[in-house]
Design a binder for this molecule. Structure first.
Ligand SMILES: Cc1ncc(COP(=O)(O)O)c(C=O)c1O
Length: 428
């Protein structure tokens, strides 16, 4: 294509490319066949406790656990209730404090509030965009019951440092692995570092059934509580008379995954290793050249031994190398060149109105709300790195990394072009 290389596409110049990048989610024959088998059979749910040995959900969870080197995994309805169930199984109670990163999807923190507990927002490490252990150390108090590290975009949090901080203090770790399927560090994959872990299979995720989730634990007693909290609090082998599977000992609701979703997930899981390999190769290729473009840095711990999940390919830019443009304008300019960049989060999650104390009066009891007001200071949340990240981050979604080598070259070309010509945007 002959290109008008001196004008940004967003201003009417010729884009770098017109062909779309791979779309997501992707379904093929395997998904259709698996769902067809469920629909034709008599088993549309996984049983009263959601753990029938022949259920597809249990089969999926077993294989998913194996892929992560975990002892136990159990399917649940989504990644948000997974966090609630995990916290409940670990005994987190109303009024307890749970430290969460402020740069994440908001349900990492709202799941804490759903229990009547207090989310305490901690800052991120600007290299990884995951919880900064030093800030976690500052925010631990007598009331801290748990910490929820999020492996943001597939980059693992510093789990050895967080383990060290929590050890011997009765503080549980629940890994929020919603964005980190298949990720890992030397010493273990995502989901195996804390007392419990959670995953999401929502539509954007690298394995998806549109919705879906999973909980993991190493300790068999916690595993049993996770199972029970997934299905009306039904503990195994308890109760008398009528089938014990229908007796509830713990207070909970219904958070089971359906067998149709499990069928889709089984098909997706089969494809995951090949897709993951492709993303790893393309990301490695991009990483080599990204560092040659001044003012751009790929967000990662930079360690060869770490395994990134590549849910997001996150780029941090120096605004002065990009004409001081905000992420929204820069992403729009790149998207106009044909590369579907998105702006990173525009604000840390504590800016959501849901976290204002006046909006929580129905959900926290008065004493807990009082403490919430003092612990969570929304006027001065003390998370400067997360605030800064919101002004200088761009995202590529994982499906873009499923493209060809030429597709990756177009990403690099678009970044270089937009960097060179972005001063054209400042006087518009
Ligand atoms: C970090 C994180 N935590 C939790 C969730 C919640 O998962 P779900 O959408 O399945 O409820 C998501 C994604 O949606 C997420 O990205």
């Amino acid at each position: 294509m002959v290109q008008d290389n001196d004008k940004l596409a967003v201003l009417g110049g010729t884009p770098i490319r017109a062909e779309p990048y791979p779309a997501w989610p992707q379904a093929e024959r395997a998904e259709l066949e698996q769902v067809g088998r469920v629909l034709e059979g008599q088993r549309w749910f996984a049983g009263p406790r959601g753990d029938d040995p022949e259920s597809l959900g249990v089969e999926f969870a077993r294989r998913f656990a194996k892929m992560h080197g975990a002892d136990f995994a159990h399917p649940v309805a989504n990644g948000s209730v997974a966090i609630e169930i995990a916290l409940r199984a670990l005994g987190v109670s109303p009024g307890d404090e749970v430290i969460v990163p402020c740069y994440t999807f908001l349900s990492t923190a709202t799941s804490v509030l759903m229990l009547g507990a207090i989310p305490v927002f901690a800052d991120i490490d600007p290299r990884t965009y995951c919880l900064d252990p030093a800030d976690v150390a500052r925010k631990i108090s007598e009331a801290t019951a748990a910490v929820i590290p999020v492996h943001l975009g597939g980059q693992m949090a510093d789990m050895p440092a967080l383990q060290e901080l929590c050890k011997g203090k009765g503080i549980a770790i629940v890994e929020d692995c919603a964005q980190a399927i298949g990720a890992g560090l030397p010493g273990g994959r995502a989901g195996t570092w804390g007392q419990a872990a959670t995953f999401s299979f929502q539509s954007n995720k690298t394995i998806t059934a549109g919705e879906g989730g999973l909980v993991m634990a190493g300790d068999p007693e916690i595993a049993e509580r996770l199972r029970a909290f997934t299905a009306f609090g039904r503990l195994a082998g308890e109760g008398a008379g009528r089938s014990s599977a229908y007796v509830s000992q713990l207070l909970s609701s219904n958070y089971r995954l359906s067998e149709m979703q499990a069928a889709v997930l089984l098909a997706q899981l089969e494809k995951f290793p090949g897709q993951d390999q492709r993303r790893q190769e393309n990301a490695a290729y991009l990483n080599q050249d990204i560092s040659q473009i001044p003012g751009l840095e790929h967000i990662s711990d930079g360690k060869e031994e770490s395994r990134h999940g590549y849910y997001y390919y996150l780029l941090r830019y120096q605004p002065d190398e990009f004409a001081g443009l905000a992420p929204q304008r820069l992403a729009a300019a790149l998207a106009a060149e044909g590369v579907p960049f998105l702006p990173g989060d525009t604000a840390p999650i504590y800016h959501n109105p849901v976290f204002r104390p006046e909006n929580l009066t129905q959900f926290l009891c008065p004493e807990v709300l009082e403490r919430y007001r003092t612990v969570v200071n929304l006027d001065d949340p003390g998370c400067p790195q997360a605030e800064e990240a919101c002004n200088r981050t761009l995202i590529l979604r994982h499906q873009v990394l499923l493209g060809s080598r030429e597709d990756m070259d177009d990403i690099l070309e678009a970044l270089a072009k937009v960097r060179r010509l972005c001063p054209q945007l400042t006087d518009k």
